[in-house]
Design a binder for this molecule. Structure first.
Ligand SMILES: Nc1ncnc2c1ncn2[C@@H]1O[C@H](COP(=O)(O)OP(=O)(O)O)[C@@H](O)[C@H]1O
Ligand SMILES: Cc1ncc(COP(=O)(O)O)c(N)n1
Length: 303
């Protein structure tokens, strides 16, 4: 049941970092909320300098600045569901947990810890705080495989279902996201997420894979879509399936894009078609084209 007043959209809150390249973090969250008919409020936890090729710097905001934003949002808006991304420090993790409990927020935790390029977006202390304080009060946690390994401390060869089940034992539902294809996924051209509910055997959710280098922000888009569907009143299983479908659809929409030199953004917007009078041979005036051809191969972007 959505908590929005009649005639108004539900409100979802993202507590996350910025991505200067506009692919991940708050950019992905707020555009996804908007695409799914949900008003997006935000609390900035960290400012990152990053692009499609990697993360240059991460500046975590002081907890008091994060607390001030949270107070402003929950003091005024009726938040129907919230999600977290980069949190920046154990103190901020504890702060968000306290607000989630106090406000009884349905909470999606995307435990963003390490970028694909290797940049640390959450250190071991943040991972420990997530396990101790945030997962016990979360509705669902959405790690990728490397985040799940960091949270559980399990061996690198632990199979996906066992990883998902170990996290569910901590007390919240889990969607172990499968952006990295398994051997079976490679054979079948698929991706497999695992849904684990505490006390139940993990369930594979397999969908068609999209061949693309425009996958930067896939995890944020997925967790934001899940949050938006919860805010709209969907049950968890429905929201999980809808989130995977939305993310794959946005990846298909951006599969032909060439934005940046590395892992380009998941398509948060679909470009207007060129005016009918534009000759087919005229190059599109995108920044990438104006600044010369960009390589289509990934060079280690951040996911
Ligand atoms: N190439 C792809 N084709 C289809 N779905 C994908 C692809 N890459 C990721 N996904 C989906 O996007 C969602 C986010 O997953 P993932 O990429 O693992 O997150 P993260 O960015 O945190 O690593 C999941 O539902 C996953 O299955
Ligand atoms: C500010 C910020 N937040 C999150 C991610 C992870 O990106 P993804 O959504 O692809 O896992 C990122 N690179 N930067």
């Amino acid at each position: 049941m959505s908590r929005s007043p009649a005639g108004s959209p539900p409100v979802a809150l993202s507590v996350a970092g910025t991505d200067s390249g506009g692919a991940a973090g708050l950019a992905a969250d707020l555009t996804t909320f908007a695409a799914l008919g949900v008003h997006g409020a935000c609390t900035v936890t960290a400012v990152t300098a990053q692009d499609t090729t990697g993360v240059a710097s991460v500046h975590a905001l002081p907890p008091r600045e994060v607390a001030a934003q949270l107070d402003a949002v929950v003091g005024d808006l009726l938040v129907a569901a919230a999600k977290t991304g980069v949190l920046g420090s154990p103190a901020v993790v504890r702060l968000v947990a306290a607000v989630a409990v106090e406000q009884r927020l349905p909470l999606v935790v995307d435990p963003v810890l390490v970028a694909t390029s290797g940049a640390v977006l959450g250190d071991a202390d943040v991972a420990a705080a997530l396990v101790e304080h945030l997962l016990p009060v979360a509705t669902v946690v959405t790690p990728n495989r490397s985040e799940a390994l960091a949270l559980t401390g399990l061996a690198a060869d632990t199979p996906d279902p066992a990883l998902a089940a170990a996290l569910a034992d901590l007390g919240c539902a889990v969607v172990l996201t499968g952006g990295e294809p398994t051997a079976a996924d490679r054979r079948h051209g698929t991706r497999t997420d695992w849904l684990a509910l505490p006390g139940s055997p993990p369930l594979p959710l397999t969908h068609a894979g999209v061949p693309t280098v425009h996958d930067h922000g896939s995890g944020c888009t997925h967790s934001a879509a899940l949050t938006a569907h919860l805010a709209r009143g969907a049950d968890l299983a429905t929201a999980v399936r809808a989130a995977a479908a939305f993310t794959a659809e946005r990846m298909r929409a951006g599969a032909g894009w060439r934005l940046g030199r590395g892992r380009g953004p998941v398509a948060h917007t679909v470009p207007e078609p060129a005016p009918a009078s534009t000759p087919a041979s005229t190059p599109a005036s995108t920044p990438a084209t104006a600044r010369g051809p960009r390589a289509a191969t990934p060079t280690g972007g951040d996911r």
